[in-house]
Write a protein that binds this ligand. Sequence first.
Ligand SMILES: Cc1cc2nc3c(=O)[nH]c(=O)nc-3n(C[C@H](O)[C@H](O)[C@H](O)COP(=O)(O)OP(=O)(O)OC[C@H]3O[C@@H](n4cnc5c(N)ncnc54)[C@H](O)[C@@H]3O)c2cc1C
Length: 463
Amino acid sequence: MDEQVLSALREVFGERLFTSHEQRICYSYDATGKMFLPEAVVFPVSAEEVRRTVLLANEHRFPVVPRGAGSGFSGGSLPVRGGLVLSTERMDRILSIDEENLVAVVEPGVVTETLKAEARKRGLFYPPDPASIKFCTIGGNIAECAGGMCAVKYGVTRDYVRGLEVVLGTGEFVRTGVSTVKGVVGYDLTRLLVGSEGTLGIVTKAVLKLIPLPEAAATILSFFRNNHDGSKAVVGIFGERITPCALELMDRTAIDCVRENAGLPVPEDAGCALLIEVDGPKQSVTGEADRVEQACRKYGAIEVSRAADAEGRERLWTLRRSISPALRKVNPVKINEDIVVPRSRLPEMLAFLGDLASRKRLKIVNFGHAGDGNIHVNLMISGTDEEERIRADEAVAEVFRKTVSLGGTISGEHGIGIAKAPFLEMEVGPLGVSVMKRLKRCFDPNGILNPGKIFVEEEVVSR
Ligand SMILES: Cc1cc2nc3c(=O)[nH]c(=O)nc-3n(C[C@H](O)[C@H](O)[C@H](O)COP(=O)(O)OP(=O)(O)OC[C@H]3O[C@@H](n4cnc5c(N)ncnc54)[C@H](O)[C@@H]3O)c2cc1C
């Protein structure tokens, strides 16, 4: 980006344009730990400023990379081709919460927990709850179609986006979808934009569905000897026709990582834990929780306990959310995948992962949203041993092949980004990739928005 471009940006953004090295470093990384330095960073406060930025980018041909909180696990917000990072952190207003029609209208930089808390105050519920809720943004959630613990009963971000306002790669401003419960007018552009990883358009406003807040909830922690028993219990709970609102699995190493912060006794021989929550009307929750406990015992639980109150429940969920950061205790570098298999194939997938870890001599930690069949497979490596890195890369390819062969998908909620681009074709086939590329050209003919993501083009080197 030359001085002419920077001064055009300065005209729009004034002090909300960052160009110093120190400032740019803060916007150069995400949760993958990779770093790519942007040439500049801007902080729009309106859709019009976003539109002017994208028009300038088309005129001068520089990349624009939308960024929420940078908590993504697939490299989506990294400026791999340089250019401009467009941070939505100052577009963070909840514009309205309509308590009659159960709809919220928000800007993209709203932190997910902020929206959930505002909804809660009104007896309403915005269900998507990635473990990063305290810092990730609605815009990032929409672009990645974020899931979370509640997805098993309530679905993912896609299920709560009714309509969007978006600046396309051309700089055109488009409204998609509806704010009503129903709407079928032309192609469903909203659904296409959700999960498009900032490659088709920049979300400047979202119309989100809310639902009534469940009256009560109960949380159960069950320990099993091993992953086999734990994953059989996951399948068994659904076999009993119970739909928990969360069903999380942690393997032995994940338990060990948080054991000392657990504040509760963990059986010595625990090789797998399930954290299960049921919710609904007060009068039905206790009965449902009893049935979950019975099902866990039936499938071999060695210990089952229930949180006594809301504080106890929150302690268990905080523990669950702390697993991801605590993994660094195992090894400094984490290769984090989020495969999904049909729930009934979980025992087979977990057995495969155990075997893979010993065959490849790797530390693989598995935890995640087992109720959805979604497992976060974390290959923990030193980061300094080249031979180990090669074994890890081979293992990742094997994990994806196995996942697809079981009828699963290589990403449940983290998206493709740069991390999984080489494997896109393995799942969607060459024609699928070709159709996606044609759509990209239609929304963004000059390749302005988030280049280098989703599709493999030339090699990009982290710096
Ligand atoms: C500890 C931890 C736990 C996590 N747990 C979960 C989990 O349980 N479930 C889950 O789904 N994810 C989880 N994540 C991943 C991550 O938080 C989500 O992918 C989240 O949606 C990213 O939001 P963000 O605001 O940080 O977006 P960023 O990381 O900044 O960006 C993500 C993508 O969105 C695009 N983008 C951002 N804003 C816009 C916009 N306004 N318009 C268009 N594109 C945009 C970016 O270009 C990028 O491609 C976790 C991450 C961490 C660090």
